[in-house]
Design a protein. Structure first.
Length: 323
């Protein structure tokens, strides 16, 4: 079974660096690994020191990487939904679906649904042992991970409504027979049978997809980690992320405290910062019981390139590795 890793956190905390180092490390030990950037502010090319685009690119013997174009993903998602709706509701010739989707592309939530579709596409690939996701800012990503459970609520309601429609259609059939319509020279029959009704079949198919994603996100093969810093505001953000994911039954496995300053006899100008970090770490260990907290020091320069990322993996990420 493919193991899935999500690295969450607000912008600028180092998600790309940590996720890239993790992917490089697992690839180095022979696990066939795919590193995927879902973050609109792509920095994966900078971290790997290799140009990465929307196509899957070979980085090393066991490591592939790709960056997702969110705008293109939204366009592809809406095109796919539009095609499905035109096929499913082809008997409604008056429905202007194209105009509807021109409005929908700017609607709240469509970005999250497009990202979820992208995740679904990648996790369906069976040629990888590991898939590592570098994610958008935490607020959006929490909504994405929670979408399968939320979507199931209204999908089940729509299925119940459709069953009522088919039941009433069946009553009419018993009196008048099946309704037939001519759409563009094609004879379309409106059935009352669930297995023959394209709308019901589309709803059931979508429900099955959301159930599979919900189960995956809550399973042991899905590992969620948070990348943050040892600051008061960052601690509050981390606790909010953990609480939000808990509502969706998605546990957090690790918290990476990035850019942690270890300085003996610090200059007076940063003594307050050092004290704040120590206080935050103590609170984290008290309040985030059951979650591994890994400290990663402030480095002299930003890690760039696979070999440098591998050193980061060996020095700070490998300990306690669970694959």
């Amino acid at each position: 079974m493919t193991n899935i890793y999500f690295f969450l956190g607000k912008g600028g905390v180092g998600k790309t660096t940590i996720s890239s180092a993790w992917a490089a490390g697992l690839a180095k030990i022979g696990r066939k690994t795919l590193l995927v950037s879902l973050d609109p502010a792509h920095t994966l090319s900078d971290a790997l020191n290799v140009m990465v685009t929307g196509r899957i690119k070979r980085i090393s013997d066991s490591l592939d990487a790709t960056e997702i174009d969110i705008d293109q993903m939204i366009q592809d998602y809406l095109q796919d939904v539009s095609t499905t709706m035109k096929s499913t509701y082809r008997y409604l010739s008056t429905l202007n679906i194209d105009r509807y989707f021109n409005i929908l592309k700017n609607s709240p939530g469509v970005e999250e649904y497009a990202i979820l579709e992208g995740i679904k596409e990648f996790v369906s690939k069976d040629e990888y042992d590991i898939i590592v996701f570098d994610t958008p800012p935490a607020g959006m990503m929490v909504r994405v991970l929670g979408m399968p459970r939320v979507s199931l609520v209204w999908t089940e309601s729509l299925i119940a409504m459709r069953r009522k429609i088919l039941s009433r259609r069946r009553m009419i059939e018993n009196v008048q027979g099946r309704f037939e319509a001519d759409v563009g020279g094609e004879k379309v029959v409106l059935t009352s049978e669930e297995k023959e009704d394209p709308v019901m079949q589309e709803l059931v198919s979508y429900k099955n997809e959301m159930e599979a994603l919900r189960n995956l996100f809550s399973s042991q093969s899905c590992k969620v980690s948070i990348v943050t810093m040892a600051e008061e505001l960052a601690l509050s953000e981390t606790e909010r992320i953990i609480g939000a994911l808990k509502e969706f039954y998605i546990p957090v496995e690790k918290v990476y405290l990035n850019k942690y300053m270890r300085i003996e006899n610090p200059p007076e100008e940063i003594i307050g910062k050092i004290e704040e970090q120590g206080s935050v770490v103590m609170r984290m260990k008290e309040e985030l019981k059951g979650i591994d907290i890994i400290e990663i020091p402030m480095l002299r320069s930003s890690p760039r390139g696979v070999e440098v990322l591998l050193a980061l993996y060996r020095d700070y990420l490998k300990e306690g590795e669970k694959v």
